[in-house]
Design a protein around this ligand. Structure first.
Ligand code: GDP
Ligand code: MG
Length: 171
């Protein structure tokens, strides 16, 4: 049997945006309300994307709890990134640029492979960031964009991870 391609993906975003919830939704198709926000974990996930075996390594970062050196290590480690914001938290949307700049800084002169995700789409009533603003930022940053909900599973979370894997392999 052919050896599977390995891809390393790290998830970044302000504390509380739902990084852990998104990862667990992708891996288990379930939603768990509370996680230790300081928790940093890695997961392995074996799957098949477009008839190719892929071994994913996934890193759930701990946001603000990370020290700069640790964060730099995570960025060096990653081949692709998911930057997450919370559609009900404008500050988390403004943080996206901070994360993007950090990724650029560490990865230069290489281009960073990443996807932008607006999470908590189920909380439309307290929305602070419109879908159009998310799309506009993604266009500016030349990345794919998804709105989704780790809570309800809407927005095709699986596709976020698969699409990032495809982009990593294309490089
Ligand atoms: P992290 O700090 O980025 O890892 O965020 P967590 O995954 O720990 O989630 C932070 C809080 O937001 C928790 O209370 C979650 O239950 C909640 N949460 C995460 N994703 C969603 C979502 O899609 N919808 C809703 N309504 N709540 C969410
Ligand atoms: Mg977390």
């Amino acid at each position: 049997m052919a050896k599977s391609t390995e891809v390393k993906i790290a998830v970044f975003g302000r504390a509380g945006v739902g990084k852990s919830a998104l990862l667990v939704r992708f891996l288990t198709k379930r939603f768990i309300w509370e996680y230790d926000p300081t928790l940093e974990s890695t997961y392995r996930h074996q799957t098949t994307i477009d008839d190719e075996a892929v071994a994913m390594e996934l890193l759930d970062t701990a946001g603000q709890q990370e020290d700069p050196l640790q964060r730099e290590g995570h960025i060096r480690w990653g081949e692709g990134f998911i930057i997450v914001y919370d559609i009900t938290d404008r500050g988390s949307f403004e943080d996206v640029m901070t994360f993007k700049n950090l990724l650029d800084e560490v990865k230069k002169p290489k281009n960073v492979t990443f996807i932008l995700v607006g999470n908590k789409a189920d909380l439309g009533h307290s929305r602070q960031v419109s879908t159009e603003e998310g799309e506009k930022l993604a266009t500016e940053l030349a990345c794919a964009f998804y709105e989704c909900s780790a809570c309800t599973g809407e927005g095709n979370i699986t596709e976020v991870f698969y699409e990032l894997c495809r982009e990593i392999r294309r490089r």
